[in-house]
Design a binder for this molecule. Structure first.
Ligand code: HEC
Ligand code: HEC
Length: 512
């Protein structure tokens, strides 16, 4: 059974795109070796023109590579984003001696991150290539590794951060400073046609561009579309590989169609009450997470501060995520391309379409009648397609339930607050400790309270002592530098962390 589904998805995925068969990173590695490449500059110069022609520029980055208006982080994604290469421009910037890559492995349907490091003296022998998906990268990109990229209508920190609008005045000044040095810059000069980044038509398609059909989407939106579609493929492959996929395929399919109603109707009668309750809790959690994410995103913006909208775009994925978590026991946290973990699925509509079509193709391969039902469906309460899915799903799940007693309750349906109630150290402290080991982030002894207490009143940070720096980093005013990186915090969680850090130094005094 399983083998057949796997073949199905392989065919589907290869038919759906023209993904190159040769692993692109291997080609780059061969090129580096053959050309004795020892610097970031030489690597960039050797990249194919298609990559150097399609890119986004970040003036504020939350990644390991620092960025500024005049020295942005370049994110080269080419025609299909199956191979992405990033670098920045200025010696004191973080990550200046590295190139980061992300490849979509089309045979395994997964993303592979790698870091290439270069020696300061440009000696090719000093070049290093990380293993695929090192922990250092997964700290932010998650497991399984996935891209981090905002969705329309805003990409805070990336030139053209407001969808459909021109550049803000800060961005305009920034791009001018960048373009002034670009033609002679040792790295940026290899970027094709950089002057377009100053033109309004790069962000707001004019009539001519629309007419000729030339690149209708601004660079940031284009990357969102491409990454969401690739992410949907990796999700689909993961669904198919789950043992419960065959039994849940009709419920999953119904969940992709808002017209088919809430998910409980696709479960056997005996479980419908439980499923309705669990789905209710799930939706509430999703709503909160989405509100937080929109909030955090607004705070990261350098331009006009207005709430990011567009949350409605993904409401349709809620039922699908629910059935995936409840039925297949898989996490859907990585369905989102946003850095904020636990954020509600905000896969772009393109991603949702890929998922819906993919699921239909897979189910129809087993049950060809489905295709006709879809073609002639009525989109009403008595939609013949939904009724068919309902019957088929209840039958399949009744059989499945016999061998698999339902989980007591979704772990993720547990109330949000329990983890923090009355705890001596805030739950989020663990995330600070996980990153600040000295590898991904500067070493700070977050997991050793006594040591931390001593260190808090020391140091010369941009905002004072370590304690001052922490307090600054916890607040929204720190923008892209806000901590904990990768997690969106509520005002209550921020307060809890502040209280904790502020309470530590006195505790030290008690001890003496
Ligand atoms: C501290 C968090 C963090 C870590 C650690 C991190 N990244 Fe990223 N990465 C980001 C963010 C945020 C973006 C989105 C673009 C930006 O802000 O620069 C990103 C974007 C990327 C992109 C562009 C494609 C995409 O996902 O948007 C690549 C390629 C990439 N990272 C590679 C890596 C590699 C390789 C490593 C490990 C060496 C790594 N990253 C570690 C935060 C991180
Ligand atoms: C996903 C990884 C990650 C998490 C989680 C995280 N940080 Fe960070 N943090 C970083 C990185 C990377 C830097 C260095 C880049 C920068 O300064 O923005 C940093 C820098 C800092 C700095 C400045 C240190 C210096 O030497 O300049 C402070 C203070 C800080 N973080 C506090 C925190 C606190 C407090 C938490 C938990 C509430 C936290 N961080 C959680 C990745 C993380």
């Amino acid at each position: 059974m399983k083998a057949r589904w796997t073949v199905g998805v392989g065919l589907l995925l290869s038919a759906a795109s023209a993904l190159a068969g040769t692993p692109q990173f291997d080609a780059l590695r061969d090129g580096l070796e053959a050309g004795h490449v020892g610097t970031v500059e030489a690597l960039v110069a050797a990249l194919p023109g298609s990559l150097r022609d399609a890119y986004a520029l970040a003036f504020a980055s939350r990644s390991l590579q620092g960025a500024s208006f005049a020295s942005p982080r370049a994110i080269l994604y080419g025609t299909d984003a199956t191979f992405i290469v990033t670098f920045n421009g200025e010696a004191p910037e973080r990550g200046h001696a590295t190139v980061e890559t992300m490849e979509f492995d089309a045979s395994a349907n997964r993303f592979v991150l790698r870091e290439i490091g270069f020696a300061a003296d440009g000696d090719p022998a000093g070049r290093s290539i990380s293993e695929p998906n090192p922990a250092r990268c997964l700290a932010c990109h998650g497991t399984p590794a996935r891209p981090i990229w905002d969705l329309p209508p805003a990409w805070p920190g990336i030139y053209g951060e407001r969808y459909g609008a021109g550049l803000s005045s800060a961005e305009k000044a920034g791009i001018e400073a960048f373009l002034a040095r670009q033609p002679t810059h040792p790295r940026y000069r290899y970027l094709e046609d950089a002057t377009r980044f100053a033109a309004r038509s790069n962000y707001v398609p004019d009539g001519r561009a629309v007419y000729s059909g030339a690149s209708l989407e601004p660079p940031n939106a284009r990357l969102s579309t491409l990454l969401a579609a690739l992410n949907a493929r990796s999700i689909l492959a993961e669904l198919v590989a789950a043992p419960g996929f065959a039994a849940h395929r009709y419920a999953l399919l119904a969940a992709t169609s808002a017209a088919c109603g809430p998910p409980e109707a696709y479960y056997p009668q005996s479980r419908q009450g439980d499923i309705r309750r669990e789905f209710g809790a799930f939706r509430e959690r999703t709503r909160l997470a989405r509100a937080r994410e929109a909030n955090a995103k607004t705070e990261r913006r350098t331009g006009v501060k207005r709430a990011a909208s567009g949350a409605g775009a993904t409401a349709g994925l809620e039922a699908l995520r629910f059935v995936t978590e409840e039925g297949l026991g898989l996490s859907t946290a990585h369905w989102s391309l946003a850095l904020e973990h636990g954020a509600a699925a905000r896969a772009a509509p393109e991603g949702a379409t890929t998922l819906e079509r993919g699921l239909l193709e897979l189910a129809a391969a087993e049950d060809p009648g489905l295709r006709n039902l879809v073609t002639y469906r009525g989109y009403t309460a008595t939609d013949g397609y939904c009724s068919y899915l309902k019957r088929a799903s209840r039958r399949a799940l009744a059989a499945w339930d016999e061998g698999h007693p339902p989980r007591a309750a979704l772990a993720s349906a547990a109330p949000l607050a329990t983890a923090t109630a009355g705890a001596p150290a805030p739950a989020l402290l663990g995330s600070c400790a996980a990153c600040h080991t000295g590898e991904v982030a500067p070493a700070i002894p977050f997991s050793v309270p006594d040591l931390l207490a001593e260190r808090l009143l020391e140091g010369e940070y941009p905002h004072g002592r370590l304690l001052d720096e922490i307090l600054y980093r916890l607040g929204p005013e720190s923008g892209a530098a806000r901590m904990p990186r990768g997690t969106t915090v509520t005002a209550a969680e921020q307060h809890e962390l502040e209280v904790y850090f502020l309470s530590l130094p006195p505790r030290l005094a008690d001890r003496r």
